[in-house]
Write a protein that binds this ligand. Structure first.
Ligand code: PHE
Length: 340
């Protein structure tokens, strides 16, 4: 009955070929049933072992065992091949069973946050938002603001000029003029925006910075209104304990002019590193609108009065978030920005 041994060998070759050629899971299952299933061809042949004579038995037994093992292995190999092919996982190295990687949500830049909050506070006080171009004419940036070309103030606000004589605005104040030209009083606007000056960058200076301008024009506006509104703004933005200080100053387009400081929110006014031990933080300039500015826009200075202020948003952001170098705000390092 050595014939049975040859049958095992033939069946083995056939089955290995077929398993090597299966293309999908359904076909694999079909082949498994055909060769290895309970009524399959391998168990069928094994059943015939009963009739093999004792002297043939060792040879047939070896062939049978070999066939059984090899066909089983061919089946496993085919199954592995298909699972590799079917699942993208193995092909791409992607393990879909791993927990997902969370995407970090972005948020507004610290300067934008301060800008949005400031605008919201002024809107509650009845101000509306106005906008103007970053690239200005000399007329709006300087002349209409009572700053003729020989005025020494222009040197302090040296900026970047375009070949056609226009310039990157040094302040948000030109928006005041643009709005007043278009609109009759009363006016109550804030203009947040980007400004530029030819400063050498250091911890507190940047060639590019932001201001928010305020302008209120009506009959009988006084410095007391300015003081009240700026104090209210400071308390809304930085908390009820903050105090505001006004100092005499000069601006060409306001008369009288002041600079104002907020008490240091870090130390409460006793002196610390943030306020350089003075207890006060310089915010920016303000004053009563100069009659020359009203004349430039065609308002009658005998009838109308107004106050204006401008403040540096970086300044406020640095105080609020305790940042000691303005350059950090512009490096776009998410490890830094993520903290706020
Ligand atoms: N524009 C002035 C500056 O940039 C600030 C200011 C605004 C002063 C409005 C008075 C009134 O320095």
């Amino acid at each position: 009955m050595a014939e049975l041994a040859r049958e095992f060998e033939a069946l083995e070759r056939e089955a290995v070929d077929r398993f090597g050629a299966v293309r999908d899971v359904a076909e694999l299952e079909q082949m498994r049933v055909r060769y290895l299933g309970r009524r399959g061809r391998i168990p069928g042949l094994l059943g015939q072992m009963r009739d093999v004579s004792p002297q043939d038995r060792p040879a047939v037994g070896r062939a049978a065992n070999h066939a059984k093992r090899t066909v089983q292995e061919a089946f496993e190999a085919a199954r592995r091949r298909l699972s590799r092919k079917d699942s993208e996982a193995a092909a791409t190295g992607l393990d879909v069973t791993l927990p997902g990687r969370r995407r970090r949500l972005g948020h507004a830049h610290p300067i934008t946050q301060i800008m949005d909050e400031s605008v919201a506070i002024f809107r509650r006080l009845g101000f509306v938002v106005a906008d103007g171009p970053d690239i200005e004419t000399e007329y709006y940036n300087f002349d209409a603001l009572n700053t003729p070309s020989d005025h020494p103030s222009r040197d302090i606000q040296d900026t970047f000029y375009l070949p056609d004589g226009r310039l990157l605005r040094t302040q948000t104040s030109p928006v005041q003029v643009r709005v007043m030209e278009r609109q009759a009083p009363p006016v109550r606007i804030v203009c947040p925006g980007r400004c530029f000056r030819r400063d050498t960058p250091d911890a507190t200076h940047s060639m590019n910075f932001h201001q928010i301008e305020g302008l209120y024009v009506n009959r009988r506006v006084s410095l007391a209104d300015l003081k009240a509104d700026l104090t209210l703004f400071a308390k809304e933005l930085l908390g009820p304990d903050v105090r505001v200080r006004f100092r005499p100053h000069f601006f060409p387009f306001t008369e009288p002019s002041i600079e104002y400081d907020f008490s240091c929110i870090m130390c409460g006014g006793t002196g610390c590193r943030v306020c350089k031990n003075s207890g006060w933080l310089e915010i920016s300039g303000a004053g009563m609108v100069d009659p020359a500015v009203f004349e430039a826009v065609g308002y009658d200075p005998e009838q109308w009065t107004g106050y204006a202020f401008g403040m540096g948003l970086e300044r406020i952001a640095m105080i609020r978030f305790a940042v000691d170098d303005i350059r950090l705000l512009y490096e776009n390092d998410v490890r830094f920005l993520h903290q706020f």
